[in-house]
Ligand binder design. Structure first.
Ligand code: GTP
Length: 601
């Protein structure tokens, strides 16, 4: 296909504003998927994605569309719709999908208006110089206020309210005109067909049967089946076993040229060998420079994952090895905890990524897991100048610390203006710094804050939602690091450190954390034959203390004489129970107590 007849675009939207529904409708209208038989949400393949209503893995679908171009000539066009993941954790993947496109459909729910992810995605699209087509969706809803939100949207992107298209992905109203506008407004791709091949990888997905399927956008030259290709970040060469387009199933072809979007298969089994953001060239005539923008995935949030049943450890290890094939950002290494036994310390892009991995482990591999409180990565500079990178609070060094740096994020919060006070109070409590505030309309405001990532991953989102009755939306991007006054708080049971509860917190919050944990454990740990002190300590300094009073436990007391078989049963049960106990020094703790203490309330 000549580049002049190609349009590459993405749909960007806040979560639930109807991106998938609109994408499905487009597939139906262009005849790529039989409209009546269209599987609901064709693009969201994984069950978890469908159930949670989120899109994790981006893909690209090719749709034919007959229309009239900006120059007035009518003809057959190829529309490549590039799907973008919808959540903050995957910002880098979003930015690569955008970089593979010339234009973006900015979709806004006509009953909700602009939200935080609308803005964050719009900013990313503008950084990539994309043509933006503003669209109000769900106009079939009785609560839709297209006039009001067209004003907001027009003000935001600097166009006229009349320029905002109105559609309903559900009923199909306005979708054909939208496809025509994509042809008319979005520029065709431009590249040098005679230059050495350069294609950008914007997604890479592991398939059990075919190995890794890599999605690419060709910028210059062309890629052909059976030639040798080079991944420019690693210089690794592979043979192109298959190359083609998705419409809506993979269709192998004779190659991809300038501006085209499709998939390739090389037989590699691990997405780490086919990395998002990397440039593909061919070996026969390699390009001198890559397309730029490649970045190693960087885990931002760490947590320990432990099987509740210790004998599941090998299953957990195999499961992580399998998941890794499909997830270049997941890292893990074995970890042993006094309280929780054998497990893994895992690194994630963010909280949602953690939840997804954990849910997949539990669901697809039938594991019951406990995860420790997520933490961020700290750079600790010691007095002697050495720097320690801490991904596990229990490894945070004692004494002689010169400086601790923690990651920060730039966040965008959108909410009705009546909540400004509540949001500011929350952000200040979380050590936030106000960067700016803008009114999108009389009653909607955008607040921008720098916040420590550690505070955001704790319970920021839940608190934001509850303080704004669910009306606020949040988006954030990593923004370097800052020096902070942080200390490690240890929790001791009868003088023994319970590693899983060590936490790195701001100095001002150390007492609150210590009291909270000590109080929780006091409730959860059963009384022993002797008194057990629970202490929270910073180094050698105890900052909080609780006592579990001693009892003589006599399980038989309940059985008022009589039934001897019942007594025997109880004794056996107690013996079995003992076996499962974790010993912290001489204190016996049922694993459930640790699990309960770790699960957030
Ligand atoms: P992600 O891709 O997961 O970010 O979500 P999404 O933006 O794709 O949202 P999705 O298409 O899943 O739609 C969210 C909800 O809005 C679903 O319950 C849809 O049925 C509903 N919805 C989508 N489009 C329309 C529309 O045009 N009209 C109405 N009334 N409802 C719609």
């Amino acid at each position: 296909t000549p580049p002049e007849a190609i349009r590459n675009f993405c749909i960007i939207a806040h979560i639930d504003h109807g991106k998938s529904t609109l994408a499905d409708r487009m597939l139906g209208i262009t005849g790529v998927v039989d409209d009546r038989r269209a599987r609901a949400q064709y693009l969201d393949r994984m069950d978890i994605e469908r159930e949670r209503g989120i899109t994790i893995k981006s893909q690209a679908v090719r749709m034919p569309w007959e229309s009239v171009g900006a120059d007035g000539t009518s003809g057959d066009y190829i529309l490549n719709m590039i799907d973008t993941p919808g959540h903050v954790d995957f910002t880098y993947e979003v930015s690569r999908s955008l970089a593979a496109s010339e234009g973006a459909v900015l979709l806004v729910d006509a009953a909700q208006g602009i939200e935080a992810q609308t803005l964050a995605n719009l900013y990313l699209a503008m950084e990539n110089d994309l043509t933006i087509i503003p669209v109000l969706n769900k106009i079939d809803l009785p609560a839709a206020q297209p006039e009001k939100y067209a004003e907001e949207l027009a003000k935001l992107i600097g166009c006229e309210p009349e320029d905002c298209l109105r559609v309903s992905g559900k009923t199909g109203v306005g979708v054909e005109p939208l496809l025509d506008e994509i042809v008319r407004q979005i520029p065709h791709p431009v590249g040098d067909p005679d230059a050495p091949a350069r294609a950008m990888i914007f997604d890479s997905v592991y398939d059990t049967y075919r190995g890794v399927v890599t999605y690419v956008r060709v910028v210059d030259g062309n890629l052909n089946p059976r030639e040798k290709i080079i991944m420019m970040s690693t210089r690794a060469t592979h043979e192109l076993l298959e190359i083609g387009v998705i419409s809506p199933e993979p269709v192998p072809g004779k190659g991809l040229g300038v501006g085209e979007v499709g998939y390739l298969i090389t037989g590699v089994k691990d997405v780490r060998q086919s990395r998002v953001g990397d440039t593909v060239t061919n070996e026969r005539k390699p390009a001198a420079t890559d397309l730029g923008g490649y970045r190693d995935p960087k885990p931002m949030v760490f947590s320990g994952l432990f099987p509740i049943d210790g004998s599941d450890y090998p299953i957990l290890r195999d499961a992580l090895d399998k998941l890794k094939l499909n997830d270049a950002a997941l890292v893990y290494e074995p970890e042993t905890s006094v309280a929780l036994g054998f497990g893994f310390r895992c690194g994630f892009l963010g909280l949602l990524h953690l939840e997804i991995v954990r849910e997949r482990l539990e669901r697809e591999f039938d594991l019951d897991l406990i995860s420790t409180q997520p933490n961020v990565v700290y750079d600790v500079t010691m007095d002697d100048g050495s720097v320690i990178v801490v991904t596990n609070p229990s490894e945070f060094p004692y004494g002689k610390v010169a400086e601790v740096r923690e990651p920060v994020v730039k966040s965008t919060i959108l909410a009705p203006s009546e909540f400004i006070g509540a949001i500011m109070e929350l952000c200040q409590g979380k050590r936030g710094q106000l960067l700016g505030m803008d009114y999108l309309s009389e009653d909607r405001v955008e607040l921008r804050y720098t916040l420590p990532l550690a505070e955001v991953v704790f319970d920021f989102f839940d608190q934001l939602k509850s303080r704004t009755r669910g009306y606020a939306s949040l988006d954030y991007q990593e923004a370097g690091d800052q020096v902070a006054d942080l200390v490690k708080v240890d929790i001791l049971l009868q003088g023994e450190n319970v590693d899983a509860f060590s936490s790195v917190v701001h100095k001002d919050k150390a007492y609150a954390y210590g009291n909270m944990m000590a109080g929780k454990l006091k409730e959860l740990i059963p009384r022993q034959q002797f008194e057990v002190p629970i202490q929270a300590a910073i180094g050698a300094r105890v900052i909080a203390r609780e006592n579990i009073r001693a009892i003589r436990k006599d399980v038989l007391a309940k059985c008022y004489g009589g039934d001897i078989s019942r007594k025997r049963k109880l004794l056996e049960k107690q013996k079995a129970g003992k076996k499962r106990m974790k010993n912290i020094g001489t204190v016996e703790v049922p694993p459930e107590a640790f699990i309960a203490a770790l699960s957030s309330d």
